[in-house]
Design a protein around this ligand. Structure first.
Ligand SMILES: Nc1ncnc2c1ncn2[C@@H]1O[C@H](COP(=O)(O)OP(=O)(O)O)[C@@H](O)[C@H]1O
Ligand SMILES: [Mg+2]
Length: 263
């Protein structure tokens, strides 16, 4: 692995196991216990993945549902630890990994902005300075002063993204951000992420939308059942994603409307 002063993220032989706990009846569990059978199953959600990202690169992380994209982002973010291998990151990390994460349901939107910003490493003074900008970006109107427990997933995403994007970070991670937002909000998020990119921050963007990945990213990483399937050129990566070339696929919509993200 080549490390240099401009290296932003190193993921080196990273594996993450999860345990599946099947729903069992008491009788089935008793039988399993008596016969010494396992009622759980472990599998690798991320399987021996390695790559290096230079500061300022913009990565489109793609792959089918369940291929390990969110898990990989959580490992990069540090909210999960790998079972083997190592993850190194340089600088401050911000982003939106799961909508509603880091929010307290009984506090208002306003209070949660401060809470969330603190969790992301912003001082109170810094948050105060950026507060109006954050609120303007979220654009949730009078709901700002109501408990977020009653927010829709779209409103959560708006507030979460607004805070995350105003943190001065070196790395910005965006997972499932755009999936729940409406079209005007998606456009605003994409424009803001372009700014993040122009500022020289490292961008990790999970999306199924080839159009927005083409606009936003200079490299594509594809996960397949937790394994690194592809790492390289954006167009080649998108081509790689077409698993079944014989399948009759409708021509791809690739314009500004193609803004969907991970679901
Ligand atoms: N906390 C968890 N416990 C057990 N299994 C999990 C957990 N989180 C994710 N998984 C499983 O790991 C696999 C990868 O999930 P995920 O990283 O969310 O995929 P993606 O984001 O690509 O859709 C899936 O099979 C998912 O069900
Ligand atoms: Mg996911």
């Amino acid at each position: 692995m080549s490390h240099s002063a401009s290296t932003s993220i190193v993921v080196d032989g990273v594996t993450k196991y999860f345990t599946l706990r099947y729903q069992r009846t008491l009788k089935q569990m008793t039988v399993a216990a008596v016969k010494g059978r396992e009622i759980t199953d472990t599998f690798k959600a991320v399987d021996d993945v390695s790559f290096t990202v230079e500061q300022g690169e913009s990565i489109g992380l793609m792959g089918l549902n369940g291929s390990g994209k969110s898990t990989l982002l959580k490992l990069v973010n540090g909210i999960m630890r790998p079972d083997s291998g190592k993850v190194l990151t340089r600088g401050r990390i911000a982003g939106l990994i799961a909508t509603g994460a880091g929010f307290h349901p009984q506090l208002t939107g306003r209070e949660n902005v401060f809470l969330n910003a603190a969790v992301l490493g912003m001082t109170e003074a810094e948050t105060r300075r950026k507060f109006d900008e954050i609120v303007e970006f979220a654009d949730i109107g009078r709901f700002l002063d109501t408990p977020v427990g009653n927010y829709s997933s779209g409103m959560f995403a708006r507030l979460g993204f607004a805070v995350a994007v105003h943190v001065d970070s070196d790395i910005f991670l965006a997972d499932e951000v755009l999936a729940v937002g409406d079209k005007p909000f998606k456009k605003k998020c994409l424009a803001r992420m372009q700014e993040v990119r122009a500022e020289g921050r490292t961008l990790f963007y999970v999306s199924h939308a080839a159009g927005s990945v083409r606009k936003m990213c200079d490299r594509v990483i594809v996960l397949e059942q937790g394994r690194l399937g592809f790492d390289g050129d954006v167009n080649e990566g998108i081509k790689y994603l077409k698993y079944d070339p014989d399948e009759d696929m409708p021509p791809e919509v690739d314009d500004d409307e193609d803004l969907g993200a991970d679901i």
